[in-house]
Ligand binder design. Structure first.
Ligand SMILES: [Zn+2]
Length: 327
């Protein structure tokens, strides 16, 4: 089945898998349709240019708020554009079926635009980054966004990884093959680290990060106040992270859901990004149900920046309400 095809397992493959982090393809200059020419009137309107799937540079951005005694900061890295071609979202459906859902939300119908982001948690003792974005290859802006938050790469003490797709681990290394966060321990589930090491396309990155990686089992409190939650399916060892200070908490759901519209309105749709489609779909629905029931604050790195808000139940599925605490 299509979602089992390794060629579409990850953003990495869609963006740049072939040659590793230092040889990503050029970022599309623009995904906007060209302005119509006024020089000559064609007999038939020209077909709009096909949307190219891939990463697109974004301006650095950060959004900071308090969570109990912690400071939490949503960070922007890039945008990922997926053409509405049923390869990434709505596998096995038609573009028209996906377009109908996009139209309901007032979004362009020929593409699905996803944010690429990461979360920073300053606990007072540790400076913790949850995922590392795309990195230098497609000109991810995460390090610049961190600077806006007053944090230098050398300040980061821990990088907690949800999973080893390139838009989450690519930023662990710089373009010239050095550790981006030289003083940080890199943490991920033991199962994900095994999958990461087995991915030949990530061999260069694995070689750079290996001395810094420490695996753990889901359920572990990885740093004080941040607990890893098993969300296997998207990848073999995919995790979410529960960040808690006092009575306040936020759940980083990783790639449990990609589109704030489609993944919530149609959680049963097969995602090309999911390694084990049936398991990922089951885990997506049950965890979204729990998040809606608990009215828990959520960080969803692929939802529109700042990617902070709440999941609620709607029409037998779910809806997203963007909301930053205190605003
Ligand atoms: Zn992702």
């Amino acid at each position: 089945m299509l979602f089992r095809n390794p060629a579409i397992l990850s953003f990495l493959t869609l963006a740049a898998l072939a040659c590793g982090p230092s040889a990503l393809p050029p970022v599309p200059a623009s995904v906007e349709p060209a302005a119509p020419s006024t020089a000559a009137k064609p007999e038939a309107p020209p077909a709009p240019p096909a949307v190219k799937s891939g990463p697109v540079s974004a301006s650095p951005q950060m959004k900071s708020f308090k969570l109990g005694a912690f400071t939490v900061v949503a960070l922007r890295d890039a945008t990922f554009v997926a053409a509405n071609d049923n390869k990434a979202i709505g596998v096995g459906l038609t573009p028209e079926a996906v377009a109908a859902e996009l139209k309901k939300a007032g979004l362009p119908e020929d593409r699905i635009e996803l944010n690429v982001g990461a979360l920073l948690v300053k606990t007072g003792k540790q400076v913790v980054l949850l995922d590392s974005g795309l990195g230098d290859g497609p000109k991810g802006a995460l390090v610049e966004s961190l600077k806006l938050a007053g944090v230098a790469p050398a300040d980061v003490t821990d990088v907690l990884i949800t999973h080893s797709h390139f838009d989450h681990v690519g930023g662990l290394a710089t373009g010239d093959g050095k550790l981006t966060y030289p003083n940080a321990t890199i943490r991920m589930s033991n199962k994900e680290w095994t999958a990461f090491k087995a991915n030949a396309d990530l061999a260069k990155l694995v070689a750079v990060v290996t001395p810094k990686v420490k695996g753990f089992e889901p359920g572990a409190e990885v740093v004080p106040g941040i607990t890893a939650i098993e969300l296997y399916g998207h990848t073999p060892g995919h995790l979410g992270y529960e960040v808690k200070s006092g009575k306040e908490r936020i759940f980083d759901l990783g790639d449990l859901a990609h589109s704030s519209v489609l993944s919530l309105a149609k959680p049963e749709w097969t995602m090309g990004f999911d390694g084990d489609g049936p398991l990922a779909t089951k885990v997506r629905r049950s965890r979204l149900e729990a998040l809606a029931k608990d009215k828990e604050l959520v960080f969803a790195p692929h939802f529109p920046f700042p990617s902070i808000g709440y999941v609620s139940a709607k029409d037998g599925a779910f809806a997203w309400k963007a909301q930053v605490p205190g605003e």
